[in-house]
Design a protein around this ligand. Structure first.
Ligand SMILES: [Zn+2]
Length: 221
């Protein structure tokens, strides 16, 4: 493993690397999902702060992540994650404390947060026996009139060109949202299969494109 990678050494490089990972199709609002966002520049703002043109809230690449509001530099977070993910034996808080040059207390906090976040990467399906999952598809943001002139497309005015967010909500429980490219069975099927327990009842809001049949989820094109 190459620990001299710039993202492990430099806070700004770490942020840029995270932005590439989180937003391969360009930045979008962490609050409402809109792609209509502006980078805040100038002395009043630290680098990496964005403002949403739709909901007007500010966000950064770490908003909603374990790194949000942390005083520990991003490059140290990335190095800690890398070390913890690639070590077969595991890394103790004491090792992190020495390797990252942070206090033992910070290292302990960091390792706990990272362990929790890693556990979430393999989430159990939502729902289950007798539970109801509601699926909702929302079109948001990307109003053509808000885009820079050169980026407007006549064909996008109306419903096209908007971002589609598909949300699964467990009644009285968790919810999970995903950006999707289009509302077809091909796109929705893997989402439902990986996120919803097969013993749940699936209800849809407006589309009615998928139903539960027996114990399986069936998606219609
Ligand atoms: Zn927003």
């Amino acid at each position: 493993m190459n620990l001299t990678d710039p993202r492990f050494q430099d806070q700004e490089k770490a942020r840029e690397w995270l932005e590439m990972q989180r937003w391969p199709d360009g930045p979008y609002c962490s609050h409402c999902g809109s792609f209509s966002v502006t980078a805040l520049q100038g002395k009043a703002h630290r680098p990496g702060v964005w403002q949403c043109n739709d909901c007007r809230q500010q966000f950064t690449v770490t908003t909603g992540s374990v790194m949000e509001r942390s005083k520990i530099p991003l490059n140290k977070w990335l190095l800690a994650m890398h070390l913890m993910a690639s070590s077969k034996k595991g890394i103790s808080a004491h090792q992190l404390h020495r390797m990252l040059g942070i206090t033992y207390q910070s290292a302990w906090f960091l390792s706990h947060r990272i362990r929790e976040a890693m556990a979430d990467k393999n989430p159990t399906p939502m729902g289950g026996e007798g539970k109801i999952i509601e699926a909702d598809t929302t079109y948001i943001g990307g109003k053509e009139k808000n885009k820079r002139l050169g980026k407007r497309k006549a064909s996008n005015i109306g419903g096209m060109g908007k971002q589609i967010v598909h949300t699964l909500v467990e009644r009285g429980g968790r919810s999970r949202s995903h950006h999707i490219a289009n509302v077809t069975g091909k796109t929705l099927r893997p989402l439902l299969v990986t996120n919803v327990s097969r013993n749940s009842t699936l209800m849809t809001d407006t589309h009615g494109g998928y139903h539960r049949v027996g114990n399986a989820l069936v998606v219609f094109e």
